[in-house]
Design a protein around this ligand. Structure first.
Ligand SMILES: Cc1cc2nc3c(=O)[nH]c(=O)nc-3n(C[C@H](O)[C@H](O)[C@H](O)COP(=O)(O)OP(=O)(O)OC[C@H]3O[C@@H](n4cnc5c(N)ncnc54)[C@H](O)[C@@H]3O)c2cc1C
Length: 562
């Protein structure tokens, strides 16, 4: 593996979703030279621009009847002891101003009158808050104009393989460039904004590049991760369309949900005292799966039916709505019916299939108040960063976090760059540093496509929504087998599929980390459900922080409020 050339920038931002865009805007506002790199074409990748999403819903305080302190207390309550209150407070105190920034850029948030936004109570929240800006095309265009007007250098088709760290300072990253050459981008400051790792799962609402690269790069650079086990799973449609948002608000109209044998299976999973009506009424109140109410049995039932081989060929369970839904005049229902019929789906006729899909990570690189990742010169933003949210995450708070911590990360990166000389780290050092990371004891060349599909299947079976010690152990042993057979360096030297090699490495390492954390947390909290420990346990209140110690995973339960 040879690095062909190197280039210099003051600030390197990795990832062009909401977090990376905002960090780039803010770093360039402070007069630094910014290079924004992304694996895929601008505006087509990551969760920020996930195809088919109607727009960005952003949670922030907009009315006198609400307050930042209420927003904060709702985050902390949903966070169930795992959010870092300092970071949550920063989020709540800055979200409204960042919402105004977006309006200033030219984005319009939906309104019901001149003075009132079309706000709703966010998932896991209590007060009407925030609003949605519709139309990804418009968002893409507006954000592009903001970057161009500030002279940000944007490069698409650049996959970052690893950071380069010397003496505890991040000196930039090694990337595969647009023409498949290795390049060392020397940077005074680096911002990780590569999004989450939902691409680990066979069923996800994620684009392919979301393999947790930022998490792995940060760990290998010496940073810590927090709350990684708290992953949002949300129902998605598998047939007649796939990887498509379902929208849960209609569930209180009680659809018939059947498996491939035509059985209404949900009844088999409901404990005494929980009726189907109670389960679905509560399920209609939030998109992501959670343990906090009786709604959990719907998602658990679907996953277990899938595991038992009773789902349909495309993976989903069938839903058919009563015809009364067609005369339900609630906005959430009428707009959903329009959305479904736009996709050619007749919800009371043929119906459609759904299954929970991985949709977002609530944890990530444990940042400080300056979005620092605990390694000099390294910052994180957006879904790559963790701490502001805990176990369950308030709806719309993820986009809010991209803007709030994107700004902080961009400003911190610019300030750090201004006070720093370019490091004298050589290309040879970068080459050696990366080779060491990719070095394995043995292994060889594997079929990358096949191994990637296998990992997604393993993670789905062993580390998705229904977890247990047995499943974690089974998953770990299977991932270790794949890891042993695979030498990334050998692949790089052969020159084949080099981008996919780098992604496969992340899938294996982050998959293993996740299964370890899932096994460690012997209870059920927020979206973490253990079939062998189905209740919340006081002794596990807090956040699990992970890091690499002498190349091994080290986990610690902390109280993030201390
Ligand atoms: C279907 C769906 C709907 C959602 N709706 C909402 C909502 O309404 N409100 C809300 O608050 N949240 C919502 N979320 C969550 C929210 O969209 C995300 O948390 C947020 O957009 C993440 O932004 P980001 O910038 O951190 O990462 P992303 O948008 O995921 O961007 C990551 C970027 O990193 C790049 N990248 C990844 N790896 C590499 C690499 N190795 N090298 C170079 N580039 C790399 C990708 O190409 C991409 O450009 C939704 C998520 C989904 C999936």
């Amino acid at each position: 593996m040879k690095i062909k050339y190197s280039i210099d920038t003051e600030v390197l931002v990795i990832g062009s979703g909401g977090g990376g865009i905002k960090a780039s805007i803010e770093a360039s506002e402070l007069g630094t030279d910014v290079l924004l790199v992304s694996e895929k074409k601008f505006g087509t990748s990551g969760s920020t621009f996930y195809p088919g999403v109607p727009g960005w819903g952003m949670c922030c305080v907009l009315y006198d009847s609400d307050s930042e302190s209420e927003y904060l207390s709702e985050i902390l309550e949903a966070g169930s002891g795992a959010a870092d209150p300092k970071l949550s407070k920063i989020l709540t105190e800055n979200a409204t101003q960042r919402f105004r920034d977006l309006e200033g850029y030219g984005l319009q948030f939906a309104k019901i009158s001149e003075d009132e936004y079309a706000s709703c109570i966010p998932c896991f929240g209590k007060n009407k808050r925030g609003a949605t800006t519709y139309g990804l095309n418009k968002i893409r265009k507006v954000m592009w104009q903001q970057l161009m007007s500030r002279g940000v250098n944007v490069r698409n088709g650049v996959t970052v393989v690893s950071l380069v760290v010397r003496d505890g300072v991040c000196a930039g990253a090694v990337v595969i460039d647009e023409t498949d050459n290795f390049c060392f981008i020397k940077a005074k400051s680096t911002v990780l904004a590569t999004g989450g790792a939902c691409g680990l799962y066979k069923y996800s609402l994620a684009t392919n590049e979301q393999t947790g690269d930022g998490y792995l790069m940060a760990l290998e650079a010496g940073a810590r991760l927090i709350n990684l086990e708290f992953i949002q799973f949300i129902p998605g449609i598998t047939k007649p369309v796939s990887k498509t948002l379902f929208q849960e608000k209609n569930l209180d109209t009680f659809p018939k949900i059947t498996n491939r044998n035509g059985k209404e299976f949900l009844y088999d999973y409901l404990p005494d005292g929980v009726s189907m009506e109670k389960c679905l009424t509560q399920r209609a109140k939030h998109g992501p799966f959670t343990n906090v109410d009786a709604s959990r049995y719907m998602d658990i039932a679907m996953i277990e039916e899938w595991r038992a081989g009773r789902a349909f060929a495309e993976g989903g369970l069938h839903m058919q709505y009563p015809k009364e839904v067609l005369t339900d005049k609630r906005h959430a229902i009428t707009s959903w019916l329009d959305w479904m019929s736009g996709m050619g789906i007749d919800v009371v006729g043929e119906g459609f299939d759904i299954l929970p899909h991985a949709q977002g990570f609530n944890g990530g690189v444990y940042i400080d108040e300056n979005a620092g990742a605990g390694v000099r010169g390294l910052f994180a933003a957006g879904e790559t960063a963790g701490g502001p949210h805990g176990a369950d995450r308030l709806g719309g708070a993820a986009i809010a976090a991209t803007q709030v911590f994107g700004k902080i990360a961009g400003q911190s990166a610019a300030k750090h760059a201004k006070g720093t000389e370019h490091s004298d780290v050589s290309t040879e050092y970068a080459e050696q540093y990366m080779s060491q990371l990719l070095q394995t004891n043995g292994g060889g060349v594997v079929d990358i496509g096949e191994a990637t599909a296998r990992i997604k299947e393993i993670m789905w079976n062993c580390g998705s929504l229904v977890r247990s010690e047995e499943r974690s152990k089974e998953g770990l042993s299977k991932l270790e087998q794949i890891e042993k057979s695979f030498s990334p360096l050998m692949h790089f030297e052969s020159g084949a599929d080099i981008r996919k090699v780098s992604k496969l490495r992340s899938l294996i390492k982050i998959g293993k980390l996740l299964l370890n954390i899932m096994d460690y947390r012997k209870e059920s909290r927020g979206p973490h459900y253990r079939i062998d420990y189905p209740d919340i346990e006081e002794e596990f209140r807090g956040a699990i922080v992970s890091k690499y110690k002498d190349g091994q995973i080290s986990l610690e339960l902390i109280d993030p409020a201390k």
